[in-house]
Design a protein around this ligand. Structure first.
Ligand code: HEM
Length: 154
């Protein structure tokens, strides 16, 4: 396979767009532009959700791709992947709590957790891009196995 895989390329771009929107949204609230902050953050959340839907459907219907690089690097790749998954999960939970605090107008909680959510999301996007590069750009992706194929055995 010479070209880059389409779905992971789209979903990784969506995390990056989402993180950029969070940075822009943070900038807006620093400028006291509340309406622009609100709109930008909802758009960031929509891109994050779109990423998750693509990622989940690919995992279920097509599968996950194993690391195709040298064996001695596999352990470091796997540890890094777990670190990224941990950040992404934390980012999702923090993101929901941050959005809910805004919906409930709980600004004390929102101001406390908003910056943490943003920073976790920046690291999620950065580590996500590194995982993508390691999996598809620096090395060729290994085998792709689907959850459904694995369960049904075809
Ligand atoms: C979409 C609905 C949202 C609304 C309506 C909203 C509204 C607000 C408002 C009114 C403030 C100012 C609070 C104050 O100064 O009393 C604020 C601050 C902030 N929000 Fe949001 N927000 C939303 C989503 C988000 C999300 C998803 C994030 C993070 C990913 C976020 C991160 C922040 C940050 C970093 C601050 C600044 C805190 C500070 O400087 O102390 N917001 N938001």
């Amino acid at each position: 396979m010479g070209s880059l895989p389409i779905l992971p390329t789209i979903s990784t771009s969506f995390i990056v767009v989402s993180a950029i929107l969070v940075a822009v949204g943070w900038y807006f609230i620093r400028q006291k532009q509340v309406k622009k902050h609100e709109k930008t953050m909802w758009l960031a959340a929509a891109f994050a959700l779109a990423f998750f839907i693509i990622y989940l459907s690919r995992t279920i219907f097509i599968g996950n791709t194993s690391f195709g690089g040298p064996d001695h690097l596999k352990i470091y790749y796997t540890l890094f992947l777990f670190f990224h998954i941990f950040l992404a999960t934390a980012g999702a939970v923090f993101g929901i709590v941050t959005l809910l605090s805004a919906v409930k107008k709980n600004w004390v909680r929102h101001k406390k957790i908003g910056p943490i959510t943003s920073i976790v999301w920046f690291f999620t996007a950065t580590t996500g891009v590194v995982v993508y590069l390691l999996l598809y750009v620096f090395y060729r992706g290994g085998e792709t196995t689907s959850v459904i194929k694995a369960i049904l055995g075809f």
